[in-house]
Design a protein around this ligand. Structure first.
Ligand SMILES: NC(=O)c1ccc[n+]([C@@H]2O[C@H](COP(=O)([O-])OP(=O)(O)OC[C@H]3O[C@@H](n4cnc5c(N)ncnc54)[C@H](O)[C@@H]3O)[C@@H](O)[C@H]2O)c1
Ligand SMILES: O=C(O)C[C@H](O)C(=O)O
Length: 341
């Protein structure tokens, strides 16, 4: 992603007749953003426009997309951009899509949990996934809308009902937890942030977010107090932003960055790039829970392999047991909603 972005930035600096990359060797890929006019949707659309793996970029929202699409379309990068607005145009936005990214839905305000968004966002996600099942049943879906711990199971149920569920193609985007864990770890360990890797497993809400700092690289000699503080800060990262924004929403810019990294990884996998591994919340058998975030190898069909947790410290083993009841009930809530509605 970073090298793709750099390539795109170089493209901007060249005369318009020059090509910074050969589009002939890169397959055509359509990416659709649902909720493209929102706080995440706009910067994410920008970042996807900068991604040379994208040939068609469809920007859909219930309002505001003509302006966003016109704006983004002037950027001199590979993809053709089109804006779609309202139910009538949803099918066109989705038709032929390889990757659908969903940041549609309401964000938190201070004092709310992600689960407080369930009542509104569950319905939004259900109707968007119903349309995905109809118009691009084979697309890879990147679910950003909260509560991710429940919206991914909702999507799975909608797809099952439509008879098109492929567990390899449904992803809850938890990349922002990894982005935060890397940043906070680098600051505490005083290492180069660009070299840091930290897996984050479990889910995407409070204690269900479990960063595995015992597996962080480069290795650093942090105290148990440091590890616990880093874990708590990673788990509360979203709330830190919600409070700082003081009623004006939740993380948008860092989320757009994280969403763009994850979508780029999915595109690379589709294109056959080997060894693309990211953490994501997927259907899983690595614990007794049916959905769980862990490292996932991405390939031509989406999930190629759900990787195991690796060795955990005693503190992480405790965190894993602690997160299971909350994650289980969020999964069940999503499944129940989709079955009843
Ligand atoms: N997974 C993560 O790590 C993560 C991180 C940050 C935010 N989020 C979640 O992402 C969601 C969006 O956040 P935001 O800050 O962009 O919110 P926002 O309110 O700024 O934007 C949401 C957009 O969704 C659109 N929308 C609403 N209903 C729609 C529908 N039926 N079809 C298409 N578009 C629709 C709105 O018009 C709006 O433009 C929230 O649920 C938030 O909690 C997730
Ligand atoms: O915290 C939120 O509500 C948004 C998002 O899930 C985040 O982690 O920033």
């Amino acid at each position: 992603m970073r090298s793709s972005l750099l390539r795109s930035v170089k493209t901007l600096a060249r005369p318009t007749t020059a090509r910074a990359y050969s589009v002939d060797s890169v397959p055509s890929r359509k990416v659709t953003v649902l909720g493209a006019a929102g706080g995440i949707g706009q910067p994410l659309s920008l970042l996807m426009k900068l991604n040379p793996l994208v040939s068609q970029l469809a920007l859909y929202d219930i309002g505001g997309t003509p302006g966003v699409a016109a704006d983004v379309s002037h950027i001199n990068s590979r993809s053709e951009v089109a804006g779609y607005m309202g139910d009538d145009q949803l099918g066109l936005a989705l038709e032929g899509s390889d990757v659908v990214i969903i940041p549609a839905g309401v964000p938190r305000k201070p004092g709310m949990t992600r689960d407080d968004l369930f009542n509104i966002n569950a319905g939004i996600v259900k109707s968007l996934c119903t349309a995905i099942a109809k118009y691009c049943p084979h697309a890879i879906v990147n679910m950003i809308s909260n509560p991710v711990n429940s919206t991914v199971p909702i999507a799975a149920e909608v797809f099952k009902k439509a008879g098109i569920y492929d567990e390899k193609k449904l992803f809850g985007v938890t990349t922002l937890d990894v982005v935060r864990a890397k940043t906070f770890y680098a600051g505490k360990a005083n290492v180069n942030v660009a070299e840091v890797n930290v897996p984050v497993v479990g889910g995407h809400a409070g204690v269900t977010i479990l960063p595995l700092f015992s597996q962080a690289t480069p290795k650093a000699n942090l105290s148990q107090d440091d590890i616990q503080a880093l874990t708590k800060r990673t788990q509360d990262g979203g709330t830190e932003v919600v409070e700082a924004k003081a009623g004006k929403g939740s993380a948008t810019l860092s989320m757009a960055y994280a969403g763009a990294i994850f979508a780029d990884a999915c595109l690379k996998g589709l294109n056959g790039v080997p060894d693309v591994v990211e953490c994501s919340y997927v259907q899983s058998t690595i614990t007794e829970l049916p959905f769980f975030a862990s490292k996932v190898r991405l390939g031509k069909n989406g999930v190629e392999e759900v990787l195991g947790l690796g060795p955990l410290s005693d503190y992480e083993k405790g965190g894993l047991e602690k997160l299971k009841p909350e994650l289980k009930s969020s999964i069940e809530k999503g499944i129940e909603f989709a079955k009843k509605n």
